[in-house]
Design a protein around this ligand. Structure first.
Ligand code: F0G
Length: 462
């Protein structure tokens, strides 16, 4: 994988201007912090974390240009100049004419779900994402997974594990009828599958199929630049296209998109809907004033919108993506070389450890991935996240655990934050847990919140 990266080493296309000290803790301090956090890494305090790989969301470092842009914040309640800069950047890079700002991605998901979904509707998509599905369900819809089978197999080396299986899509249309399908929920990349991309060919074929049935595609373009990078690297005929050309082509097949700007756009907060359909835009722009704020800020400050506008252009820069994805690959190859089971191919924003294979002696009900996040933290103060049975939640109707095939620990890399030395220490930390894996036991859940339980659930070691 990462054909272009392997032969020649790369250096970060930036240098450090400001540093933030991190605290190194003792094992005893980590033991007590983890117990206090109920073995849930979301409940740790960041001061107790040395290398924070919980998420790539809102954790990236802004550039000097972005920080300078913050001083241009126009904090007007209505009609801020920064909104128009952001709108123009979105129109230019993605080609959607209309923009509705929100404070982050799930707020955009909330609004688009309310606008498009009627109770009883079915929403096919390329694997669920936690907040996306939650909002689809709260709007009365049911999510149906139509991703290719390879996506559920951590060992499959398929280059585009984010692709939609068109036969599964046809079956959903046959079973429910196009009228019950308000849109296809297409993510690029697919977070829960391991940061796996969708191919341009697949998006185009899906568009062709859906157009025949009058079903629009809405894109979760949270990590679209990373997806475009993989298309350039892996898809036949795309090597000579620029990242921006690929992105415009991807978006051209879709009716609209939602965005968590906290990832690809290199800002700490922000999101939006980007739309073509006038009526959907009209309705979304109306709802945003109920839930978020006026339609020219939607929960963001002027300075946030200015930094976001600049982040869009930085996010599609070739050298940025080369080192961004290169760092993920560096970490992934380093642990895989020692035998640690990971999701292949290595994705765009994170290395995903396969907890089923890491801890094969534990049943899924003993929350192996959750336990492993705790063990990695104990080993070296490295914070990661569970992406398995806890994240999958319960079936809304039956109340049973959803049981995903993938039982993973996500090691997510913030953009432009950590160095190769941090990656070396992270790999060594994972390897220490690997060396004593046979002695690692499971967990029991002692507190379970109703919604998105992984954020706040508490556990006890068995
Ligand atoms: N869609 C995808 C693919 C995401 O990864 C996220 C957030 C969202 C939507 C929601 O956006 O957080 O701005 O409200 N993912 C974070 C993560 C939380 O750690 O992967 P948000």
């Amino acid at each position: 994988m990462a054909e272009g990266i392997r032969r020649r080493s790369w250096a970060e296309p930036w240098k450090v201007k400001v540093v933030e000290p991190v605290r190194v803790t003792t094992r005893a301090e980590r033991e007590s912090a983890l117990e206090e956090a109920g073995w849930n890494t979301f409940l740790l305090r960041s001061r107790d974390v040395t290398i924070d790989l919980l998420t790539d969301s809102g954790t990236s470092a802004m550039s000097a240009q972005q920080w300078a842009a913050m001083m241009l914040g126009d904090e007007a309640y209505a009609g801020s100049a920064n909104f128009y800069h952001m709108e123009e950047a979105i129109q230019t890079v993605y080609g959607y004419p209309h923009v509705v700002p929100t404070h982050q991605g799930r707020a955009a998901e909330h609004i688009i779900s309310k606008v498009l979904i009627s109770p009883g509707d079915v929403i096919p998509g390329n694997m669920y994402f936690t907040t996306t599905r939650m909002h689809q369900e709260l709007a009365g819809g049911t999510f149906v997974d139509v991703i290719i089978d390879e996506a559920h197999d951590p060992d499959s080396e398929h280059p585009f594990k984010g692709n939609v299986d068109l036969d599964k899509m046809r079956a959903v249309i046959r079973e429910h009828g196009a009228k019950r399908i308000p849109y296809v929920s297409l993510a690029a990349t697919v977070n829960m599958a391991g940061g796996q991309p969708v191919s341009l060919g697949n998006i185009s074929a899906l568009h062709e199929l859906c157009r025949g049935h009058g079903i629009p595609i809405y894109l979760d373009k949270t990590r679209i630049a990373e997806n475009a990078w993989f298309i350039k690297l892996r898809e036949p005929g795309c090597a000579d296209k620029s990242i921006r050309e690929i992105i415009l082509e991807m978006c051209s097949h879709t009716e609209g998109a939602w965005m968590s700007a906290k990832k690809d756009h290199l800002v700490n907060i922000g999101g939006y809907l980007a739309l073509r359909d006038e009526r959907v835009f009209e309705e979304a722009r109306n709802l945003v004033v109920v839930y978020e704020g006026l339609h020219t800020y939607g929960g963001m400050t002027g300075r946030d919108m200015e930094a976001l506008a600049r982040g869009i252009y930085e996010s599609v820069d070739h050298d940025h993506l080369h080192s961004r994805v290169g760092q993920v690959v560096y970490l992934g190859e380093k642990v895989a070389r020692e035998g640690v089971p990971i999701v292949k191919p290595i994705g765009g924003h994170a290395v995903f450890l396969n907890a089923r294979k890491f801890l094969p002696h534990l049943p899924q009900d003993a929350f192996p991935a959750q336990r492993l996040t705790g063990e990695i933290y104990l080993e070296g103060g490295v914070r990661t996240m569970e992406r398995g049975i806890v994240s999958a939640g319960r079936d809304m109707r039956t109340g049973e655990h959803n049981r995903p095939a993938l039982e993973l620990v996500r090691v997510a890399l913030p953009r432009r934050v950590y160095t190769q030395a941090h990656m070396d220490v992270t790999a060594e930390t994972v390897l220490e847990a690997w060396d004593r894996r046979d002695a690692i036991k499971g967990l029991e859940m002692v507190y379970e919140p109703k919604y998105l339980r992984f954020f706040q659930a508490r556990f006890r070691p068995l």
